[in-house]
Design a protein around this ligand. Structure first.
Ligand code: UT7
Length: 336
């Protein structure tokens, strides 16, 4: 009689950690003065003073006409994979957050997969606008801890300049293009400590691009619309709540946070959140001054800049927070 085969099961990983970070900005840097001059030529008034005082933004990067979200994503991904000491072939999951995909379909994640020369692993886009990266990180964490993958590429990539209305001074001065990425891997020791995600579709209309394609035509308006004050009011409240929820889930307190890395939309919102969490402002990572609001790309861009500048060190506790259209919001608390 044959012995029955022994099943050797691999235990599921208990934890995930960030193995490497990367980012890419398009080469063209546009200052507030550059943008003010462009708008003035159309009779629209704005100024460096107004933009800096209300938002903290001094410049943003805009992609040239031939550059897509996947181009930026691939650059950021390569930097993250290299920083993790890996090669593209080691990646077994791609989750890409974007609101400005290359095509209606297939997903930008599949296009990135093809450009990186990876074959066979799951790859998909995730749409949660400016909260996209914290959503994507949470989904990748879950897929690793349930055994679907071991090394995930988590990317936020945007070419928001494509959906801006350059006749609306209330929005076109706020946004920029770019991409950021991390490699998230299975780990024996904790990295991600707690996540907290939310959405409230009652606020769909306060930040949206209310257009679509149908029968070969664009239906509705394919440019960004925002009720800035409504978004501002909601953002300030939910960012504090979500950070506190993530801390509570992990059994940590405000003072455990070494670095607050919020979605980079407006310096006043970011500083308000830091104050509510009783964090000194020098624990706040700020890149909105140079990047503008890059939506799903803003958090991984800020994280990568903080890592590469040496501010964020291995072992530091980071609070990442996103908020944006949907209305969506969320937080990820992690030991880097
Ligand atoms: O990424 C998703 C999350 N997004 C956000 O978090 C954005 C949240 N909202 C904001 O950051 C702010 O609401 C804005 C920066 C968008 C606007 O700041 P605000 O202090 O709320 O200004 P406002 O919309 O109340 O406008 C004040 C004034 C208005 O003029 P009047 O009506 O007072 O005469 C605007 O027309 O500023 C005017 N204005 C401008 N002036 C010069 C609006 N945009 C401009 C501009 N340049 N670019």
């Amino acid at each position: 009689m044959k012995p029955s085969p022994t099943t050797v099961s691999t235990p599921l990983p208990k934890h995930t950690r960030i193995a490497g970070t990367g980012s890419l900005l398009p080469a063209r840097r546009v200052t507030n003065a550059d943008l003010a001059a462009e708008l003035a030529a159309k009779g629209i008034e704005t100024s460096d003073d107004w933009i800096v005082e209300r938002t903290g933004i001094r410049a943003r990067h805009f992609a040239d006409a031939g550059t897509t979200a996947s181009d930026l994503a691939v650059g950021a991904a390569r930097h993250a994979i290299e920083a993790a000491g890996l090669t593209p072939g080691d990646i077994d999951l791609i989750v890409l957050a974007t609101s400005t995909p290359d095509m209606v379909f297939p997903s930008t994640a599949c296009i990135v997969q093809q450009k990186l020369g990876i074959v066979g692993c799951p790859a998909f886009d995730l749409q949660a606008v400016c909260s996209g990266f914290v959503y994507a990180l949470t989904v990748a964490d879950s897929l690793i801890r349930t055994g679907t993958a071991r090394r995930a590429l988590v990317i936020g990539a945007e070419v928001f300049s494509r959906i801006l209305d350059f006749n609306d001074r209330g929005t076109c001065v706020l946004f920029g293009d770019g991409a950021g990425a991390v490699v998230l891997e299975a780990s024996d020791t904790p990295g991600l400590l707690a996540t907290d995600l939310h959405a409230d579709g009652r606020h769909v209309g306060i930040l949206c691009v209310p257009g679509t394609v149908s029968g070969g035509q664009v239906l509705g308006d394919p440019l960004l619309k925002m009720d800035g004050q409504a978004v501002f009011r909601l953002a300030v409240g939910v960012l504090e709540q979500s950070a506190r929820a993530a801390l509570a889930k992990a059994g940590r307190v405000d003072a455990d946070i070494d670095w607050l890395i919020p979605h980079q939309a407006n310096l006043r919102i970011m500083q308000g959140t830091a104050k509510k969490l009783k964090l000194p402002l020098d624990k706040l990572i700020v890149t909105v001054d140079e990047h503008g609001n890059t939506s799903a790309a803003s958090i991984p861009l800020a994280l990568d800049h903080a890592v590469r500048s040496g501010r964020v060190q291995r072992g530091d506790t980071l609070m990442l927070e996103g908020v944006g259209g949907g209305f969506t919001w969320g937080a990820v608390l992690l030991d880097y």
